[in-house]
Write a protein that binds this ligand. Structure first.
Ligand code: SAH
Ligand code: SF4
Ligand code: F3S
Length: 463
């Protein structure tokens, strides 16, 4: 019997946020321990895992069309039957019952806190005609039972340190899909980070729905905040860069702000969503802070780290948002000057308070506001990137570019950098001369180490 005949194959498709990217890696590791090899296509998969996102309607609806498509995949394989389909992630948690009803081809429905049980759930499905459903929320249980990290494929990695949310913004499904806030103990995180560093990871991004609300058991038993955790992780040899996302303004403590000025490994980049520049809308969103509080935080952060790159999330067309409210959002953007951003039209989500409000904003109004906002945000991103032209900055090289001889990396400010350089640079950090900033990134020449004879930066678009 050849190995190919005995190895089961799993295809994982990931939707949504970075935490789902992390979860998908852990799903692959969990299934590897059960004899599954990962495959890049559903065509030869025995198991298809859709790790889904519920945050906006578009993301959610795509799952149902994909289920139909993947149910057919694999049926053409010689001697093979259709793959088992497992729906994981936030849509599974929110709409498990509806999926079981609407999609008879789905074999397993598993929520974000139960995916460590996938091997046993798939085995159970083999004995049962109906879908097997696992939507319990024992977060601590999951992390304790996941296997050791294996084979990171990149010098950058994610590490979930906090999960769930107690804030209940009136537009958001996350408190319902991820459950209550939970912080992993620091000792568990330090161990996972050391394993990753040992496998060549140079940059670690700590993840949490409210990552700066992290409050876990410290190594000596006392509670530790995010700043304390970062200081612990900064001691690990080989880990050169630390980041964290996503933060809430109300949890941005002074110790964390000061860490940005004092911790060399903490990168000068912060994603801090403000959602709306109008106090009236912020109150209706239940964000529990004002515009002024946000602007004061930005001032403090810039005092601590003057070159900090700021990123944010913005929603336009929240129920009741007037033209004046929207102007407040634009003026906040003008005041702060963001290096990057994510902006969305408000999408009513089932079960959230804002979805049932009478004063929904008309679609064309949302579309027009989003376009105006994005025009401004794009200008700011380009201006930020252009500022870096002529500077020499350290770049962590991550992968080969599409063009031969081009490598792709990240600046300290989380900009994508392209340069003509030798692929042997991948995994290392080198000083790089930035020749040009474009809308989506930087173009440079690696100068920190002999890297061939390149003389000019590549001028095609950043991937
Ligand atoms: N946990 C993070 C972000 C969660 S979702 C935080 O609290 O900041 C990522 C972003 O999606 C949010 O910041 C918000 O801008 C956007 N978002 C969430 N729900 C949305 C909805 N119903 N419609 C449009 N955008 C939404
Ligand atoms: Fe959603 Fe608000 Fe929690 Fe962020 S803080 S996950 S936007 S409820
Ligand atoms: Fe989506 Fe769940 Fe992340 S809803 S954004 S996958 S927490």
């Amino acid at each position: 019997v050849t190995e190919a005949a005995t190895t089961k194959k799993v295809f994982v498709k990931t939707y949504g946020c970075q935490m789902n990217v992390y979860d998908s890696q852990r799903i692959v590791e969990t299934l590897a321990a059960d004899g599954y090899a990962e495959t890049a296509t559903a065509d030869d998969a025995d198991l298809v895992v859709l790790n889904t996102c519920h945050i906006r309607e578009k993301a959610s609806e795509k799952v149902f069309s994909d289920i139909g498509r993947y149910a057919k995949a694999g049926a053409n394989r010689p001697g093979a039957s259709a793959p088992v389909i497992a729906v994981a992630g936030c849509v599974a948690q929110a709409e498990g019952a509806e999926i079981a009803r609407r999609a008879s081809s789905v074999g397993v429905i598993v929520g974000p806190q139960s995916y460590h049980r996938l091997p046993e759930l798939v085995a159970e499905k083999a004995r049962k005609p109906k879908a097997v459903v696992a939507l319990d929320m024992p977060v601590a249980d999951k992390f304790a039972k996941l296997p050791t990290r294996t084979r990171p494929r990149s010098p950058t990695a994610f590490l979930t340190v906090q999960e769930g949310c107690d804030k209940f913004c009136t537009f958001c499904v996350v408190p319902y899909t991820r459950g209550a806030e939970y912080s992993r103990p620091a000792s568990q995180l330090i161990e996972e980070a050391k394993v990753l560093a040992g496998q060549g990871v140079r940059e670690l991004t700590l993840l949490g729905q409210n990552v700066n609300a992290y409050r876990g058991a410290g190594p000596n038993g006392a509670a530790l905040g995010l700043a304390g955790l970062l200081w612990q992780l900064a001691r690990i040899d080989g880990l050169e860069r630390l980041r964290y996302t996503t933060s809430h303004p109300n949890d941005m403590g002074d110790d964390l702000i000061h860490a940005h000025g004092e911790m060399p490994k903490l990168m000068p980049y912060l994603h801090l969503p403000f959602q709306s520049g109008s106090d009236r809308v912020l109150a209706a969103m239940n964000r529990n802070h004002t515009r002024e509080v946000y602007l004061d935080l930005i001032a403090k952060l810039r005092a601590a780290r003057p070159d900090l790159a700021l990123s944010t999330d913005v929603i336009v067309g929240f129920p009741g948002e007037t033209d004046d409210d929207f102007e407040d959002t634009l003026s906040l953007v003008e005041e702060v000057r963001f290096a990057s951003s994510f902006s969305f039209k408000y999408s009513p989500r089932p079960g959230t308070p804002a979805a049932s409000k009478a004063d929904q904003v008309a679609e064309p109004v949302k579309a027009e506001r989003l376009e105006r906002l994005q025009t401004l945000l794009k200008q700011q991103q380009l201006a930020f990137n252009e500022q870096k032209a002529g500077r020499v900055i350290p770049v962590l090289w991550e992968s080969r570019g599409k063009k031969d001889g081009v490598v792709i990396g990240k600046s300290p400010y989380l900009q994508t950098v392209e340069a003509w350089a030798d692929a042997s640079l991948i995994g290392s950090i080198t000083e790089t001369r930035i020749e040009r900033g474009g809308p989506n990134g930087l173009y440079g020449v690696a100068v920190g180490r002999a890297a061939g004879t390149e003389t000019q930066p590549p001028m095609h678009g950043v991937a």
